[in-house]
Design a protein around this ligand. Structure first.
Ligand code: ATP
Length: 235
């Protein structure tokens, strides 16, 4: 069974000023997959997501999303096509409460998730809907940040280290939430440092080092690839 790629990146190069950070990055994500981008600090994972999102202006190569070339487009145009990026910094408005945070993001594409569905998916947020952003735990902030990008109507969700700094029980909740999103048909590109978490979720893993993709490992190959994965990730 051959499923068409939803996202197809090839020959992607990206720069911060004069600094050449991504080198001919190529990766594919099929409709409905969860794919991770693994690698040590500074390998270029965040830069890859930001390049796809159009946040890094200086980039060359090809980024094909459902048949449309993104490389010349701006972030707002890319968002309108159904791509969303949830940064590591958990971009929420700390002075607004949960519900205000959810009502704020523009639905840039028809099909943004209605509030009642968001609350069904994130029961914690329903409970905390009148709580101000600053009063939320790290896990609740992360859930809210992800819930906000669902409001935009995106179909490809790019999540940058959603488990960073969270307690194991919360990490598990985030994992369950990602699985539910996949069941609902979302496609997810996930940057992770926590390989054990990533391994339970992803259909495929790409490994990055020094701005290059150095390996691709299918779910079925993970067990047999543990030695090289440990070496790549410096565990
Ligand atoms: P981390 O997990 O630490 O975020 P990463 O794999 O996501 O690592 P990137 O953040 O993409 O790595 O960084 C890739 C390279 O680009 C690093 O060498 C980093 O120092 C550099 N870099 C990142 N952001 C900038 C910036 N705004 N200006 C200049 N260089 C940057």
């Amino acid at each position: 069974r051959k499923v068409a790629d939803m996202l197809s990146v090839s020959g992607l190069n990206a720069y911060y000023g004069e600094s050449h950070v991504l080198h001919d990055v190529a990766l594919n994500v099929r409709q409905g997959e969860v794919v991770t981008l693994l690698g040590r600090n500074g390998a270029g994972k965040t830069t890859t997501l930001k390049s796809i999102m159009g946040i890094i202006a200086k980039r060359t190569g090809s980024i094909n999303f459902t048949g449309t070339e993104l490389i010349q487009l701006r972030a707002d145009q890319i968002a309108r096509l159904g791509v969303a990026f949830c940064p590591e910094e958990r971009a929420i408005f700390s002075t607004l409460n949960v519900e205000e945070n959810l009502l704020l993001p523009p639905v840039v594409k028809p099909g943004g998730m209605p509030l009642d569905e968001i609350y069904e998916l994130f029961p914690n947020l329903l409970e905390r809907r009148r709580s101000q952003g600053t009063k939320l735990s790290g896990g609740e902030q992360q859930m809210l940040a992800i819930a906000r990008i669902l409001r935009t109507g995106a179909t490809l969700l790019m999540l940058d280290e959603p488990t960073e700094g969270l307690a194991p029980v919360i990490v598990q909740q985030i994992g369950e939430m990602i699985r539910k999103l996949q069941t609902r048909g979302f496609t997810i590109l996930l940057v992770e440092q926590n390989f054990h978490f990533a391994a339970t979720l992803a259909d495929r893993h790409y490994v990055m080092e020094s701005g290059k993709i150095i390996d691709m490992i299918e779910k079925e190959q993970v067990a047999a690839s543990m030695d090289k994965l440990n070496e790549y990730l410096g565990v």
